[in-house]
Design a binder for this molecule. Structure first.
Ligand code: ADP
Length: 192
């Protein structure tokens, strides 16, 4: 199996690069943001609970997203590997993911961290908000809250994977193709 975490702040390009990576490496894409938005659209109790946090730019409670990822792993027993996008976002989520993967006799192979400066992030997210239909992208205050939440709670997740020598940092500024090439290069280095 090949299991990848694509990491980075909101607006760093995880969604765009995920689509290209899953196509190239034949992986199953697991985006907690997408899974949560599906729950909201279906008006499930989980979706209704999650929306309160997401509308404020706050993280959804760990047990909610961990449960969602656990179900998604179980639902895809034949996957060649997984690309985790937007997960894990806290150390508790990282530990839970390690345990879930261990249960499947597999592990994270690489943690790819996209690095983009804050003003560029805000610009990209406001721009995405014009067409994405995502309410959390149209309000600059909510965007800034998401970036602060990232700095306070999520950026430490990289330290967790550094302990296991799994982190590759990539400059997330440049063309989509240039960044994709840098990501593939890091993956291929570890595969060989
Ligand atoms: P972005 O990274 O661009 O902000 P996402 O689609 O990954 O967008 O996530 C949107 C929102 O969903 C986040 O702001 C957060 O409220 C919630 N969310 C997504 N993934 C997680 C997670 N792993 N843990 C907690 N909350 C999450």
């Amino acid at each position: 199996m090949l299991n990848i975490i694509l990491f980075g702040p909101p607006g760093s390009g995880k969604g765009t690069q995920s689509e290209k990576l899953i196509a190239k490496y034949g992986l199953k894409h697991l985006s907690t943001g997408d899974l949560l938005r599906n729950e909201i659209a279906a008006k499930t109790p989980l979706g209704i609970e999650a929306k309160n946090f997401m509308d404020k730019g706050q993280l959804v409670p760990d047990e909610v997203v961990i449960g969602m990822i656990s179900s998604a792993l179980e639902a895809n027993p034949l996957a060649k590997g997984f690309l985790f996008d937007g997960f894990p976002r806290t150390e508790a989520q990282s530990i839970a993911l390690d345990n879930l993967l261990q249960f499947k006799h597999t592990q994270i192979d690489i943690f790819l961290s996209l690095e983009v400066n804050e003003e560029e992030l805000v610009k990209r997210l406001l721009n995405r908000g014009l067409t994405s239909g995502r309410s959390d992208d149209t309000n600059e205050e909510v965007i800034r809250a998401r970036i602060i939440e990232y700095e306070n709670k999520t950026s430490v997740v990289a330290d967790y994977y550094k302990k296991f020598n799994k982190v590759a940092a990539i400059k997330g500024e440049g063309s989509v193709e240039e960044i994709f090439a840098l990501l593939c290069n890091e993956i291929d280095k570890r595969l060989s």
